[in-house]
Design a binder for this molecule. Structure first.
Ligand code: ACO
Length: 312
């Protein structure tokens, strides 16, 4: 379709590298895409607390417990900054949460996999937060101001999360034989789901072309997946662990690894709600929301009283 003058002027601002702010004119599609992506991102941070929260009561030492608690609280904070960024686009946090609970908005596929052992907490920090950073560092340059600014702080905290995960993996991989086996098992189970975090292959990515033209996305899904593999394989080697991929080979010509694609049919099943923990995750979120109703009611009642006192 032909661009209108407004749309053309908007695209020129994007092309010049200007940030778009909430009160600026923007095409409806730009607004909708941002609400979808930022909302989905916020939901991922919130749902992402669940697999790790599962191990707070069972962390092996007091120090590990304190670190894990801090990290899970950081994720809650990330969710809140992102909901605030989405709210600048004219949607409320409550509306977004309702859409999530009604199954009308997504959250990252990765959080539908269980954390079965302590080594999984290492693998989540190392691989899942590693993949998250790979995706989020370029988003610091995304065209929408509030989103890009939220990303700057989130990336700093995310790199601490990744380091703590790798530190757990080092302890486990260099520990007893049983610990080393747990570390390898965690890598085996989290490798492909981590690769799926970057989204479908470029040929199946419906939003990439338009999102990149608008600089909502900076890289394609496959570009970031390749960078993640190239960064992570040497880290696995340093741990003395084996990436579960027989086709993994350094390719001198492209200056990166060749690797196997994840099983995309599994990915699309997880997106449809049929992953190992989808039902459990949604139940936990809905229950938490319902259990918190009395707090929200109390806050509203208190706010009403204050307004009444001021106008009396
Ligand atoms: N999990 C769940 N859904 C996904 C995933 C995933 N890993 N990857 C893609 N999808 C969905 C897309 O949302 C889209 O569905 P929709 O149209 O119903 O929204 C569909 O699959 C097709 O994918 P794309 O066209 O490639 O979608 P998009 O351009 O949005 O790219 C991506 C997906 C890369 C995840 C992008 O949205 C993004 O960069 N988001 C911000 C980062 C983020 O959300 N991170 C969350 C995990 S990290 C963390 O929380 C610790």
């Amino acid at each position: 379709a032909e661009m209108t003058d407004e749309e053309r002027a908007f695209q020129e601002r994007i092309d010049r590298g200007e940030k778009i702010e909430p009160t600026d004119w923007m095409p409806e599609g730009y607004r909708k895409t941002l609400i979808r992506q930022i909302g989905q991102h916020a939901h991922s941070e919130i749902v992402g607390q669940l697999p790790e929260g599962n191990w707070i009561t069972r962390a092996p030492t007091l120090e590990r417990k304190a670190i894990l608690l801090a990290k899970v609280q950081d994720e809650a904070g990330h969710g809140l900054y992102l909901y605030c960024a989405a709210e600048t686009l004219g949607v409320s946090r409550d509306e977004l949460i309702e859409l999530l609970h009604a199954g009308k908005m997504k959250y990252s596929s990765i959080f539908n996999y269980p954390t079965l052992t302590w080594a999984d907490i290492g693998a989540v920090g190392w691989l899942v937060d590693g993949a998250a950073i790979m995706n989020q560092v370029p988003l610091q340059r995304t065209s929408f101001g509030p989103y890009s600014r939220a990303m700057i702080r989130i990336c700093k905290e995310e790199s601490f999360h990744q380091r703590q995960g790798y530190d757990i993996m080092m302890k486990m991989a260099k520990g007893s034989e049983a610990q080393r086996r747990m570390a390898q098992d965690a890598l085996n189970r989290f490798w492909y789901p981590s690769l799926m975090m970057f989204g479908p292959s470029d040929k199946d990515s419906v939003h990439s072309a338009q999102s990149m033209a608008w600089k909502i996305k900076i890289n394609t899904n496959d570009e970031l997946r390749q960078k993640f593999v190239d960064q992570t394989v040497p880290q696995a080697e340093y741990l003395g662990l084996t990436v579960p991929d027989e086709n993994l080979r350094w390719n001198e010509e492209k200056g990166g690894y060749d690797f196997s694609e994840p099983d995309w049919s599994e990915f699309f099943e997880v997106l449809k709600g049929n992953g190992p923990c989808n039902r459990e995750r949604m139940e936990a979120r809905v229950t938490a929301w319902e259990d918190g109703a009395w707090v929200r009611d109390g806050l509203m009642a208190h706010a009403d009283k204050r307004v009444a006192a001021r106008t009396a």
